[in-house]
Design a protein around this ligand. Structure first.
Ligand code: NAD
Length: 499
């Protein structure tokens, strides 16, 4: 058990959670129409953080109405691109100014170590700055048609309209940022629903959005239960597009709901990413990559390298060394300055992860390290030891289901062809990693992997300029880069008769 003194909670964060949190609708902080509230919990201790408005369908209605009005009538559609850019840049500056508070709110509600949550605000600011640039660069095309007669044919990029966004709890602040920067830069309005477990950072972002001077109704945030709010938003006839990040099962329901009114939909869903370690890899780099790819954020990362394929001739040594590496991670409260791995998000998630480990054992996997809840004074929060499972086959449940916890399934392979086939045998296709010093092999395998993102001799890199998303049941569409501009704009084609 650590005897370290915890980093004191940032004063502004303490002030923020000292009052019950309301929702942002049409530029005002409001309670749920029902007057109901729910509580949020610190996963490191299980204690209540604060209470939050428990919105209902009627609150989604008023948020959507506000977003629709702001889109159709408010100052938003009339703002010039450079004025939209200015607001996004102002917001980025405010994120920099409030970076510590944002980091502490993220650690408080999500559990991740302050060491890592301190990157959240700088990343968020970079994201808004990148999309501020896009606001003034949205151009159409002039098209040389082959029709008889003299015509001028061109395209315009126009905002889609009211965008509904639904987010998970595992990276709550950046998820919110990724649901705002691209749609706002392109002139849309947004109704955002954070995960019930982690609404606080998003609500603080709402305050900064107001401070930056965004017009009322352009960004609305509704907090409350997933199914009620999610159904209300995804079925709402006045919502033009839904962007969802979360589990594949909920993503399927959202697609069905969106079909009712043919909403545009982008989905960032689950993963079971293959991380392939070839025997010719730089051993130390590969070891570090393999460990960080699965254990960061206690494995609660959609692109976590949770299926680890290791070439047969180094398999036993590599898996044993990975287990030793995992034991060096300090597990604890994210406010302990030495903590690397925080808790998982909830008692339910902890139980789910432990159940998967039991399933793995019953299927014949061997627990090389971890395999149970952490003790050592960590009995109050939701801690699971980093776990390495050996003797795994690719067809086992633990190699196919997304566990979303600090659990890696290590599988041996003996040829490039075999590992490509196994890596692609998954319903998911989000991330993938390759460690090798052979550049030809790196390209060959990267091209063969049916995933949206591949990292070679590194892992987990994400950048606002670089498209992110999944193949197969890991999603539809891409966030970041120019791909997100496509996702948040309609292309209008105009014909002018010049005869
Ligand atoms: P989840 O699907 O349970 O919940 C996600 C969001 O959907 C939450 O806000 C929840 O309240 C809401 N929701 C729940 N039921 C709903 C319904 N019927 N209709 C509409 N919304 C509903 O996911 P989670 O447990 O919060 O997050 C973990 C999952 O998210 C994992 O599967 C992970 O891989 C995935 N994820 C994917 C990415 C990506 O970019 N691909 C990123 C982060 C997380």
């Amino acid at each position: 058990m650590s005897t370290n003194t915890l980093i004191p909670l940032n004063r502004n964060a303490a002030e923020f959670i000292s009052k019950p949190k309301k929702m942002l609708i049409n530029g005002k902080w409001v309670e749920a129409l029902s007057g109901e509230t729910s509580q949020t919990y610190n996963p490191a201790t299980g204690e209540v953080i604060t209470s939050v408005a428990k919105g209902g369908k009627e609150d989604i209605d008023r948020a959507v109405n506000a977003a629709r009005k702001a889109f159709e009538e408010g100052p938003w559609p009339k703002l010039k691109p450079n004025e939209r850019a200015k607001l996004l840049l102002k917001l980025a500056d405010l994120l920099d100014e409030n970076a510590e508070e944002i980091a502490h709110l993220e650690t408080l509600e999500n559990g991740r170590s302050v060491k890592f949550s301190s990157f959240v605000a700088p990343n968020a600011a970079a994201h808004f700055r990148y999309y501020a640039g896009w606001a003034t660069r949205l151009t159409g095309e002039t098209i040389p048609t082959s029709r008889p007669g003299d015509v001028f044919n061109y395209t315009r990029r126009e905002p889609i309209g009211v965008c509904g966004a639904i987010n998970p709890w595992n990276g709550p602040f950046m998820s919110a940022v990724m649901k705002l920067a691209a749609p706002l830069s392109t002139g849309n309005t947004v109704v955002l629903k954070p995960a019930s477990e982690t609404p606080l950072g998003t609500l603080r972002l709402g305050e900064l959005i107001q401070e930056a001077g965004f017009p009322d109704g352009v960004v609305n945030i509704v907090t409350g239960p997933g199914t009620t709010l999610g159904n209300a938003l995804t079925l709402h006839p006045e919502v033009d597009k839904i962007a969802f990040t979360g589990s594949t099962d909920v993503g399927k329901q959202i697609m069905k709901n969106c079909a009712e009114t043919i909403k545009k939909v982008t989905l960032e869903l689950g993963g079971k990413s293959a991380h392939i370690i070839f025997a010719d890899a730089d051993y130390e780099v590969a070891l570090k990559n393999a460990a960080n790819a699965i254990f960061m954020n206690s494995g609660q990362v959609c692109f976590a390298g949770s299926r680890l394929f290791v070439e047969g001739k180094i398999y036993d040594n590599f898996v044993a060394d990975l287990a030793d590496y995992a034991k060096t991670y300090k597990l604890g409260n994210g406010f302990d300055p030495d903590t690397i791995l925080g808790p998982v998000i909830s008692a339910k998630q902890k139980q789910s992860v432990l159940n998967y480990i039991d399933i793995g054992k019953s299927e014949g996997a061997e627990v090389i390290t971890g395999g149970d809840a952490a003790e050592d004074g960590l009995t109050q929060g939701y801690y699971v030891k980093p776990t390495v499972l050996g003797n795994v086959r690719n067809d086992m449940t633990i190699a196919q289901d997304e566990i979303f916890g600090p659990v890696v399934a290590a599988i041996p392979f003996h040829s490039v062809e075999e590992v490509i086939e196994m890596a692609n045998k998954s319903i998911y296709g989000l991330g993938g990693g390759i460690c090798t010093t052979d550049v030809r092999k790196a390209h060959k395998v990267a091209h063969a992997m049916r995933t949206g993102n591949v990292w070679v001799n590194t892992y987990s890199l994400v950048d606002p300029a670089s498209p992110f998303g999944g193949y197969k049941q890991s999603g539809i569409g891409r966030e970041n880069g120019s791909a997100a501009i496509d996702a948040y704009t309609e292309i209008k084609n105009v014909w002018i008769n010049l005869d």
